[in-house]
Design a protein around this ligand. Structure first.
Ligand code: NAP
Length: 280
């Protein structure tokens, strides 16, 4: 029987490309999105489509049950759905932090819990969690998104050895900037914040990042990430993590810098980027 994959967040970007990649490789693809109209084209291309909001327990249960009814197996889960709540840590209300973790952390956990019993039963499977360079290196203005992706990394690192004896692999894919619509939502999320007035130079830097968008210098096409996900799913013994793109591969080395030095470097960047670097 054909191998089956369940992918979240297929309405655009990395999720959509991943669905195409798996289809081209001959997999049975269950492409999901919050709004089914967004994935009609994937249905026409041969994917099974389903409505799935990762924050909705019933959606998750219903879709996994359907796949088991129809295919009897889930060989790969790709936890791709996600967004970034940027903004200075102090300016992000707790409700928004909860929303961020609902989608980026509790969603993937919910899906993993639902598919794992089926993977354990068959003693095979791969869970690919789409993390980020932001899950390895924290930067000012990204603290809440960093927190969510660091959480995803920690949970994945713990889960990997827990399920190893059942023949299940857990893989983290960690792209740097990718040319998708990701930054469109970022702008909305920042615009919705009530500014304390204490971090205006940080907002200036974030505004520059927003202006660059997902397609800034060094951004890679979503296809590159999708191919990495497919490769990991096809390997019998995949690596624990795959940084994708030069920026991700080089910037992750910042983890080895002493924290004080990292802080100084960020301070320098912000004073250079500030519209009023002398503070007058
Ligand atoms: P994208 O084009 O904005 O795609 C994000 C996807 O997540 C969309 O399909 C969106 O669906 C979906 N989503 C959001 N909330 C959801 C929810 N509650 N339930 C189900 N789906 C939901 O951005 P992308 O770049 O492809 O991002 C995909 C993943 O890559 C994310 O996890 C992101 O953190 C990660 N990533 C992105 C970059 C980058 O630079 N783009 C870099 C590193 C990591 P709707 O259309 O319904 O909102």
């Amino acid at each position: 029987m054909t191998e089956t994959v369940l992918i979240t967040g297929c309405s655009s970007g990395i999720g959509r490309e991943t669905a195409h990649c798996f289809l081209e490789d001959g997999w049975e693809v269950y492409a999901t999105a919050r709004n089914p109209a967004d994935i009609e084209a994937l249905g026409e291309a041969g994917a099974n489509i389903a409505t799935l909001d990762v924050t909705d327990e019933d959606d998750v249960e219903r879709v996994v049950d359907r796949i088991i009814d129809e295919e009897g197996r889930i060989d790969c889960l790709v936890n791709n759905a996600g967004y970034a709540q940027l903004g200075p840590v102090e300016d992000v209300p707790v409700e928004r932090v909860k929303d961020q973790f609902e989608v980026n952390v509790f969603g993937p956990h919910r899906l993993a819990r639902e598919v794992l019993p089926h993977m354990r039963e068959r003693r095979t499977g791969t869970i690919v969690n789409v993390s980020s360079l932001a899950g390895r290196v924290a930067t000012p203005g990204m603290g809440i998104y960093n927190g969510s992706k660091f959480a995803m990394e920690g949970i994945s690192d713990a889960l990997r050895p827990e399920v190893d004896d059942y023949g299940i692999d857990v893989v983290l894919v960690e792209p740097g900037p990718v040319d998708t619509a990701f930054m469109d939502r970022v702008s909305d999320e920042i615009d919705g914040l009530e500014r304390s007035g204490a971090y205006e130079s940080l907002y200036d830097v974030l505004a520059d990042t927003e202006a660059i968008g997902g397609g800034g210098p060094g951004a890679i096409p979503p296809r590159r990430v999708a191919e990495t996900i497919l490769d990991a799913a096809n390997l019998t013994d995949p690596a624990a993590r795959y940084p994708v793109g030069q920026i991700a591969k080089v910037s992750v080395l910042a983890r080895f810098l002493p924290a004080k030095l990292q802080d100084k470097l960020y301070g320098l960047v912000f004073s250079l980027a500030s519209k009023n670097p002398l503070g007058d």
